[in-house]
Design a protein around this ligand. Sequence first.
Ligand SMILES: C[S@@+](CC[C@H](N)C(=O)[O-])C[C@H]1O[C@@H](n2cnc3c(N)ncnc32)[C@H](O)[C@@H]1O
Length: 407
Amino acid sequence: MARITPLPPTFNKAHLHAVLPSVDHDEAARMNFTSSISAFVNTQLSPGVRLAYENDVQPASPAPQSATDIRDAMLAHPFYQTWAALRRNNQEVAKQIALDIAVRRMPQVNARAAALNAGKNTLSLDPELTPPEYLTQVENHCAPGGYFQQFGADDVTVGVAYEVGLWPVGMGSLGPAGEGGGRAAVKWIGERFPNFKPKRILDLGAGHGSNTLPLAEAFPDAEVVAMDASEPLMRYGHARAQAMGYGSVRFVQATIESLDPAVHGTFDWVHTTMVWHETSAQALREGFRRIHAVLNPGGVTTHFEQPNFTPDTKLFDQFLRDWDAWYNNEPFWSKLHRMDMTEELVAAGFERSNIVDGSAPALIPPGSYPSWSGLTGRHEHEVRTVAKAIGPGSYNGKGWYVFGAVK
Ligand SMILES: C[S@@+](CC[C@H](N)C(=O)[O-])C[C@H]1O[C@@H](n2cnc3c(N)ncnc32)[C@H](O)[C@@H]1O
């Protein structure tokens, strides 16, 4: 029976704000096109890769010992070539469109951001900062300019491009303001620790802060710090937060590797969303040690990522999900998914009995999208893994892998 492709929400459902107040009709149509192609490739074509393997490649190959063996065997198959090329091409197109939208508005957006940032003591930039090489040597997820490109003084162009470019990749499932991860984290922490009242919250690798703002909304009395190595993202995120009514959230340009209680103070909650797959094993270990050092006793650290592989993750599923490492400029993606986060947190100083490991459903504000929104996963395996962990009935088709610890 033919599958139905649940088309993603259209870009006019995105929540824009005073720094980026609108995109025009043709730009929105381009976003909708790439978003729909993503949904089509993921929903309609991905099952064909499995059929190509099971029907053509597997019977003619020695038993695979690893996901790489499957990839090596699949490389010559025309269906895999077509699927992988379409995904790569669509990613390139989506990110180019997002950058184009940002570049066309550069003078106006930079002026608005500068006006919103002027005279505020909640934005702290570090002109001397050297970003880690693992971030500057690649343009993660094929975003031209990466996180650091600046077209002049006070430029925020890559911030706009990042925000707009998330839409076709998440296919709207990250929420209208890209805040679904932050909302899910607030809900998760409230259910898990109902009496938790953090006074200082750190969102590490916060990007443009879309997932930081729900933390500030949930804990209005807390001091909330969004920290990231990227100067333009911090500048854009700060202006965006000001424009959206979150004037007290602090934006601090710093690296995870420099996190230091003597410099940044201590925190009751240290959170990340979608950060560790873009670092390195060395940076992750250093980061966990530093998080342990800045956490107050009784403090909590939580991390929202795509699910890691488990002993029962099939090699074929690993091969499919490794696509991002091979073709989407996410070099640490594969290694992260094979790491044991409990062991890493224990090695960083957390008690084994205080580790948390689970899943959280994506949280899209009700009524903002059509009812079928969020049904399109990037990978069937991600969807199945989280669905299994959360259990039937509470799962809307996408979700987060959650790991962390109490100090
Ligand atoms: C995929 S983005 C996620 C951003 C944001 N958390 C969100 O949910 O949209 C990863 C972010 O982590 C930041 N990052 C990665 N490694 C870092 C490091 N060592 N120090 C500071 N920021 C880092 C990047 O600059 C980037 O903004």
